[in-house]
Design a protein around this ligand. Sequence first.
Ligand SMILES: [Zn+2]
Length: 354
Amino acid sequence: MPEYPDLTVYLRALAPRVLEQPLEAIRVRGPALVRTAEPALAEAAGKRVLALRRLGKRLILVLEGDLFLVLHLMVAGRLHWRPRGAPVPGRVGLAAFDFPTGTLVLTEASPKKRAQLHLLRGAAALATLDRGGTEPLEATPEAFRAVVRRENHTLKRTLTDPRLFAAIGNAYSDEILHRARLSPVALSQKLGDTEVETLRRATVDVLTEWAERLTAEAGGAFPEKVTAFREAMAVHGRYRKPCPDCGAPVQRIAYADNETNYCPCVRRAEGCSPTARSPAFSSRTGPGRWRSSRRAAPPLGRRCQAAREARPRSSPTPKRGKSVHSPVGRSVPVGFPPPKGKGQGFAMGSVRQA
Ligand SMILES: [Zn+2]
């Protein structure tokens, strides 16, 4: 699913092509694409594009007449810039938006057509699509901390929940957590101030760096290779490949049709990741049931080479349930979540506070 960096690059590429241009026509092929009936799509025809915006993961063309053309690409929706009047491609084509400068084509390379198009009139109507997520790049440290701690979730869920943070998805949350050296299953309300600030900085850095990198890669052309899997990513989509920081194989936690990738070197330098000891997470109550990969668990010693090397020789390996002193001066439990019997385990979703 296109996230902040991809959406930013789309907006940057669209600006010189459509700003101040009249939207001459909209050609829709996908029957499920348009989610609004009033105002009619025809009302957008001939209206100039006054501004381009993003609301969460939605792209917005602000049109004359207080109209907002709102596009959600969901997982597989992609935009393409073609010569004016280009046809809507068969099978994957959903719509075409004609401008004097060219045609913006929307495709969705998935049998499940989930992309959404809304035409709304007025800011109040637009606000109904706002999931409420904070823009992480605009949040002050205090605001960011408040959002992280508002609910007790795993950090993976906290980052990707559109009600908490805007425009972060599965790919960049993996990269952010790796950069922050925080476990995807660490609990948001258990983080100390220093760790939350580390998370905030990693979020800002990763999203900014990738937006700039993808902009540079596009080089002024329209971004045609928007994907969640990129060679330069540290851990996302890199299961079993070496972590760029410690060389340990990247791990995964799979759920439904998605997965989280992380390196066991996360969380703290002198101890192993809590996830490394117990890769089996599932929940009978959580919204996302997690299952570990059966092949994802080589012996702990091999998995956490960086941690082993960083630990003083005289210091015994901490036992699960005991506490160790973390680099940020807090005592943190080792080896959570505790492994449980088959079918039980750790909820990826909301977790009740102890
Ligand atoms: Zn690593």
